[in-house]
Design a protein around this ligand. Structure first.
Ligand code: MN
Length: 197
């Protein structure tokens, strides 16, 4: 393991894609399908897939930003193409521990969208395509969904001390699912597993 060498006091430059070159010291975290058991609506399809392989669903590169309000944490997220049943591969998603903090995602390549929801029940799905940025507002949980056939790569930045709260999403799921319809189109439907308690 190489220790990150980013200088948060004096500044630094880094390769934008963070997948090589100057960014060789970024730390990658990978999530495989077996680590996401129960997060896809079709558990049966999930278990069936896992009998033959355990694909990487997504990974992200982090630079170890100090967890200060005045620092900016950033990195890249790669969500791979695929489906579990008719539900597209996606990230776990999270609220920020400091709920009142926003985040920006800039899409480098691939196609998909950002599924968001707040505790009050408002939801939205913002398309993500190369060259476009998504602003995830304060209070909204966010999850990247790959609806295409290539990896969906985005660059993100948020307040250094925002923190990640995965628990709420892991226990309740999202209110909405992003699935491929029978005609091959993208559908946003209600999550039959979502519970209010
Ligand atoms: Mn976030």
């Amino acid at each position: 393991m190489t220790e990150p060498v980013f200088d948060w006091q004096k500044g630094f430059i880094v390769d934008f894609a963070l997948t090589g070159g100057l960014s060789a010291t970024a730390v990658s975290t990978r999530r495989t399908l077996s680590q996401m058991r129960g997060m896809f609506a079709d558990s049966e399809a999930c278990e069936k897939m896992l009998t033959s392989s355990d694909p990487v669903v997504y990974e992200f590169y982090e630079l170890g930003a100090p967890e200060n309000a005045g620092d900016v944490a950033f990195g890249t997220s790669v969500t791979y193409p695929g489906r579990v049943g008719n539900e597209y591969f996606m990230t776990k998603g999270h609220f920020h521990t400091i709920l009142e903090t926003a985040e920006v995602y800039y899409t480098l390549s691939g196609e998909g969208g950002m599924l968001v929801e707040n505790p009050e029940g408002e939801t939205a799905f913002f398309p993500m395509t190369a060259g476009k940025a998504v602003y995830v507002p304060r209070r909204f949980a966010h999850r990247t969904v790959n609806t295409g056939t290539a990896p969906l790569v985005s660059f993100f930045a948020f307040r250094g001390d925002a923190g990640h709260n995965y628990a709420a999403i892991e226990t309740k799921g999202y209110r909405k699912l992003v699935i491929e319809g029978e005609d091959g189109g993208i559908r946003i439907i209600n999550n039959p597993k979502w519970e209010t308690t």
